[in-house]
Design a protein around this ligand. Structure first.
Ligand code: SAH
Length: 346
């Protein structure tokens, strides 16, 4: 059935081309795009299209919606974790969080992940495939229609490495930013990467100035290599160089994510070394007390150590915050998301 095209994957221009092939006028593309981005799940909901056009669309295409397989509501902070089932029966996870400035959707970019970070649950259960642009968009649509909340911010921080699925992610950014669609501003979107340098450099030239988050987690290559194997390919210096090019091109401030792991990367010396590396950059550091996962026995740094680390950075003029932990009770927090197959319990 999937030799048909998923309408949610298409830009307005691609819809126009498709409709031109059917002898249709191009304004229909905009109508279809609007229906899709309002959440239509069936072509028959598109009541301003003729019956015959709807039939023709059904012959060549489908609307690739996820089914909500399960849903978990955090008792402590209202975070909702969704287990979404794809047409090919894989399950991915997406999260809805509420912050002071509104609702944020955390979405996945791949089914599984290839990066192998040792502290992350998304690794270890294997990589299945990339998600398509429409599948990333549909995570937002699903969350909105289920929660009846308007999503104002998106973080691509769920399962997967977005820059390992570059083309689909960039197309998704253009879809979700489109004025005829959800129209979510690029400055309300964060893309988080473990530091794939060629992807960062390409993104700098792409003209989609999203907020770039770098999962740094270590002040030097020796520590980073132990917890993030990808560092053997892209060293910290190369990542920082690419970040400087990104901020130069986009004028956007970079966020460095730093998961605080007791005894691994949280000493005074580590803080000083980190400060030395990123001093003077247009950046911000987000300290995340590491969340525990089953497959690794890393422990969170204690609050005093986190405070000390934060103070050292701040005294050196580096803006630093400690991330609020949301959704930990339902395993919806950073690094706790993983893909699974239907019938596997989460
Ligand atoms: N692959 C991308 C997107 C995933 S984002 C990336 O690496 O950035 C998920 C974020 O959560 C990343 O910053 C990741 O390093 C972090 N993370 C992973 N496991 C974690 C854990 N156990 N505790 C806290 N943060 C974790």
């Amino acid at each position: 059935m999937d030799d048909k095209v998923n309408l949610l994957d298409l830009s307005i221009e691609e819809l126009q081309d498709m409709l031109a092939g059917m002898g249709q006028e191009s304004f229909r593309a905009k109508q279809i795009f609007q229906w899709l981005h309002k959440g239509a799940g069936e072509v028959d909901e598109m009541t301003n299209l003729s019956k015959s056009l709807r039939q023709e669309l059904r012959d060549v295409s489908f609307i690739g919606k996820f089914k909500i397989y399960r849903k978990f509501l955090s008792q402590t902070d209202g975070t909702v974790k969704y287990l979404l089932e794809s047409r090919d029966k894989n399950i991915i996870e997406s999260v809805l969080m509420e912050y002071r400035h509104g609702f944020t959707a955390c979405i996945s970019s791949q089914i599984g992940c290839r990066m192998g970070c040792r502290f992350c649950a998304s690794t270890g259960v294997g990589f299945v495939r990339n998600l398509s642009p429409g599948e990333m968009l549909d995570q937002v649509l699903c969350i909105q229609s289920d929660s009846k909340k308007r999503v104002g911010n998106i973080v691509i921080m769920g399962i997967g490495e977005p820059l390992d699925n570059y083309d689909a992610v960039v197309k998704f950014l253009r879809l979700v930013n489109h004025p005829e669609g959800l129209n979510i501003g690029l400055r309300h979107i964060s893309l988080s990467t473990c530091g794939l340098v060629p992807g960062i450099l390409r993104l700098a030239r792409e003209n989609v100035p999203v907020t770039l988050s770098i999962s740094l987690h270590a002040p030097n290559d020796r520590i980073r290599e132990q917890i993030m194997p990808i560092n053997k390919k892209h060293s910290i210096d190369k990542i920082i160089e690419a970040c400087k090019i990104y901020t130069e091109a986009t004028k956007r401030r970079i966020t460095f994510e730093y998961a605080m792991i007791s005894g691994v990367n949280d000493s005074r010396g580590n803080a000083l070394e980190l400060a030395g590396k990123i001093k003077g950059m247009l950046c911000h550091v987000n300290l995340i007390p590491i969340n525990s996962i089953e497959s690794a026995d890393f422990r969170k740094s204690d609050p005093k150590t986190i405070e000390m680390f934060k103070n050292i950075l701040q005294q050196r003029g580096i803006e630093t915050t400690v991330r609020r932990e949301l959704g930990t009770d339902i395993h919806a927090a950073c690094g706790q998301l993983r893909r699974s197959a239907v019938s596997v319990e989460s």
